[in-house]
Write a protein that binds this ligand. Structure first.
Ligand code: FNR
Length: 377
């Protein structure tokens, strides 16, 4: 059998068992990861919708914001801790739900949850994880015991065609010890041309009929198909909220009016996200949409899509987020150096955050306000 090739046309390199010496930032991990991931999986991971306008804009919108340093602050006792949904967070950086992590490394989510625990970062486990949600929760328990550390463990829910299957996922997550349910509503209808390689599958859904993809060549494009009929609705939100005792978070909101409506339905927090630019092209970036949402609702807001630097974290917090999530960087780091890579990636981002806070004269997260941004001073 011929060796799998990476995007550079070379044989895929296995993950290193130590942190590569030259890596000093998340973009460094992205560069290095090209060597470690098979070409079609790389395109799937990196890709954005259509012209990839949103993908590029997610970065440009962060880059357009300018910071104003404030030296001379007293930084003794400075920290990055906070309480979020009644759970202690050591720092405001979480691992976004990312499907099929064994595409990047044989240990997949088991490695990621070990890294998250070591760095006391929250991890959101995808419905489409390549290990079962129970196995990932068990790995988290082992790591918590071994390291005497912990971070929040939340379950990301995708609705299934039958409500009974959706509810079963919620109940399995509750039984396995997950501490919040995160319902993603922005990606139920999207194109995907990526065929999973042998051995990679949605481990949680082995007994569940798979959902149809949008736009098959020999049928109606979307309207009139089961996919359109089964898309998430407000009614389903109210039903789900009533069926879990856990904090309930909505992921994929960009409109302030929808944010308000979601809170009226009992949602405890929102993740302002455009799914990393993967679903609808030309969409506003979360960092642009955030101020209007922060003005519209009182619940905690998290943000993802394009976060790559500690200064991005500061910018998100300045505009009203409580925390941020990183998506693709966890796969990059996983592919380069397994769980050590993911732990290092989180460590780098947290270090950059603290550096930025120090320069901006912020000793705590609460001190990061709109006045750290030039246009708002
Ligand atoms: C995702 N994302 C995602 N979101 C979700 O709610 N459930 C999922 O299963 C997945 N799966 C997934 C796979 C891959 C390969 C990517 C790149 C992304 C979206 C993810 O949670 C997050 O919103 C974005 O990745 C954030 O953007 P960045 O950090 O990748 O720019």
């Amino acid at each position: 059998m011929s060796a799998a090739l990476n995007i550079l046309g070379q044989p895929v390199q296995p993950a290193a068992n130590q942190i590569p010496a030259h890596i000093a930032s998340l973009p460094d991990y992205e560069q290095q990861a090209r060597h470690h991931i098979e070409a079609s999986a790389w395109q799937h991971i990196q890709g954005g919708a259509d012209q990839q306008l949103t993908l590029a804009h997610n970065r440009a919108a962060f880059d357009a914001l300018r910071l104003v340093p404030r030296p001379l602050a007293d930084l003794s006792g400075a920290h990055t801790r906070q309480m979020l949904l009644g759970q202690p967070l050591e720092h405001p950086i979480l691992l976004a739900p990312v499907a099929y992590q064994t595409l990047a490394h044989p240990e997949g989510e088991l490695a990621s949850v070990r890294a998250a625990t070591a760095l006391q970062a929250g991890m959101l486990v995808s419905t489409l994880s390549s290990h079962t949600l129970e196995a990932i929760a068990q790995e988290a328990q082992h790591a918590r015991h071994a390291l005497q550390r912990r971070g929040p463990l939340w379950f990301q829910l995708y609705s299934q065609a039958e409500r009974s299957h959706t509810l079963e996922l919620v109940q399995r997550a509750e039984s396995a010890g997950y501490e919040a349910i995160v319902w993603t509503v922005d990606a139920s209808i999207k194109r995907s041309g990526f065929a999973l390689p042998p051995g990679v599958a949605a481990a949680n859904l082995r007994h569940v009929p798979s959902r149809q993809q949008a736009g098959s060549i020999d049928g109606p494009p979307l309207f009139g198909t089961p996919l359109a009929q089964q898309a998430p609705t407000w009614d389903e939100l109210r039903w789900l909220r009533a069926h879990t005792r856990l904090p309930f978070i909505l992921k994929g909101v960009l409109h302030p009016q929808q944010a308000r409506q979601a809170v009226d339905c009992g949602v405890d927090a929102l993740i302002v996200s455009n799914h990393g630019g993967r679903v609808l092209d030309g969409v506003v970036s979360p960092i642009e949409a955030l101020p209007a949402i922060a003005a519209a609702v009182q619940v905690p807001l998290l943000l993802d899509s394009g976060v790559r630097w500690g200064t991005d974290v500061v910018k998100a917090l300045a505009l009203g987020a409580s925390a941020v999530l990183v998506g693709r960087p966890q796969l990059h780091a996983l592919a380069c150096a397994g769980w050590l890579g993911v732990a290092h990636m989180l460590h780098l981002l947290r270090g950059e955050l603290e550096l930025a806070m120090a320069q901006l004269g912020c000793a705590t997260l609460e001190e990061i306000g709109p006045d750290v941004l030039w246009r708002n001073t």
